[in-house]
Design a protein around this ligand. Sequence first.
Ligand SMILES: [Zn+2]
Length: 306
Amino acid sequence: MLSDLKLIIMGNGSAVPTRNANPSSQMLIYRGRQFLIDCGEGTQMQMIKCGLKTRRLNDILISHLHGDHFFGLFGMLSTFHLFGRDKDLNLFAPSPLKLLLEKVFETSDTRLRFKINFFPMEDFKSTPIIETDTFTINGFKLNHSVPTQGFVFREKTLPPKIDKSFVKSRGLTVKQINDIKSGYDFIDDDGKLYSNKDITSKSRSPLSYAYCSDTSYSEEIIEHIKGVKLLYHEATFDDSMLGMAETKKHSTASQAAKIAKLANVEKLILGHFSARFKSFDLLLNEARLIFPNSQISIQGEAYDIV
Ligand SMILES: [Zn+2]
């Protein structure tokens, strides 16, 4: 069965791109709605390779203003313009990006055909960045060399499911269905009462995902990402480079695994790898010693979150 929530990794490298690792970008897709998270250089090419339709994209979230997390934005927005996009685009990013975008497009004599709704985010409020009837996306503070935030997607609790044959055989109206989903019992035309628990079943558990882009080891993250089904955490370095990780405000694979363990997440995927690694086996082994359900993120791969 197809999952309602899917993550596609389009870039899992760090500052310098390599043959197999683009700078950071990923697409979270919930019931067809796309959320582009970070937009490193080359993201639009990665979207094409991953078969993603840019026309569907209306929401972009940028974790921080280091080039490897947003330099792809200018080219991508320019392409949207050339394709004649006229739909608004929501951009959630640190506030200096607004002026920067205006300058870039002014300098290149580009008047975008579409409106960018810019949502500045550096005050790390506890209110959601995006909220609908079915999910929330919140930002939370990471510990990096510039203001940086992670993102956490949480689906709301789903209403109980009603037995399909019951709906059909009784010809239930939308109102009756909604009443049952809200917990009411049902009385048919003959006055027979059906207890709510006899005609409903529990829905699957809510889906969730957290993105920790660039950060040093920080236990303050834990409360925000507790129990998520999938965690993407940066793992720029291995254990032998712990000093460098601390200086550069990044994490080692072991530190990412420790956060995953303390936050009691279901699964961890590692990313934002230093270009010096030819193989990621060492990072994976270090992480699995602490958190066995760890994986190396694979560029171009789609992860069903279930
Ligand atoms: Zn950074």
